[in-house]
Design a protein around this ligand. Sequence first.
Ligand code: ACO
Length: 325
Amino acid sequence: MKLYSRVTGTGSCLPPRRLTNADLVAQLMASGIETSDEWIVDRTGIRARHFADDGVFSSDLALEAARHAIRAAGVVVADIDLIVVATSTPDMVFPSTACILQGKLGNCGAAAFDVQAVCSGFVYALSVADALIKSGSARTALVVGVDVFSRLLDFSDRSTCVLFGDGAGAVVLQSSTTPGLLATDLHSDGQHNRILCVPGQINSGQVQGSAWLRMDGQAVFKLAIGVLDEAARNVLAKAGLSTDDVDWLLMHQANIRIMQSTARKLQIPSDKVIVTVDQHGNTSAASIPLALDMAVRGRRALPGHKLLLLAVGGGMTWGSVLLDL
Ligand code: ACO
């Protein structure tokens, strides 16, 4: 019997500390950094973001999102036999955030590991979990996207510090005889590894190099615009479907202009595009599962709907997942 994977529950977590553009602008102006709500909204579509307090780690946000997803799926922690966490802001160098999450959940025995594909991380993690379920290696997977990018932000660099927020999103993915995930498509081009990076390393007990996020915004923008619609067409072709079959376009929430341009190229109307970037900012690996959970809990994305997930991130990495909810 052919096996497929299906999303059976979603969950998310936003840390309670919310900063509107006005809050952030006031903070930045107090330290002599010129910026404005108008610039941020006009160039990015972002109006607010959430920041985790000191002492709150990726595994803490992941735990809350995971608990919501597990409850929604109607499974128990002991049913989970695979935990994949997409993050670029792990709690520690090692062990993986997936293992730390596993310990906090009280699960014993599931395979647990992290996936590092920056803002494409959740699409990568979902694709890996799908493959392991289809092969019969796993039956009930917990797939999490989580990041606390506020820890990486240089608040003297106005071109990056206004863009990001913290959060987590999770899904339970279960083995099924009816297709849920219809197709996946993953790519990367390591030649562009320097246009978005945190270039520091740990050596002899010290961080060497810079541990701040650095980005060539225009190069990232150009690459994102160039690859996303192709990733969409690839995954639709693999599933034998067209953009007309898509109920919701759920893209990585980095910048409203990237999302609008991609939707236009795909001829997907704007009322089918899920947008949370205005309220969350760019939460990196968390952005797609967070937006998915909002759409499911807001009863916009309903059982039977087809969702096209599209992501691009540091690496540069990009990819897509087409799924039947
Ligand atoms: N407030 C006010 N002015 C600013 C700010 C700010 N926060 N940041 C930059 N500026 C200024 C610049 O200094 C520059 O001024 P100048 O003309 O006097 O030199 C001017 O605004 C234009 O700067 P650009 O970098 O050319 O602005 P651009 O229109 O390219 O927008 C942005 C910058 C929003 C980062 C854009 O390049 C972008 O969206 N890139 C995509 C990157 C992205 O989304 N990254 C998220 C992570 S990647 C990912 O998730 C895939």
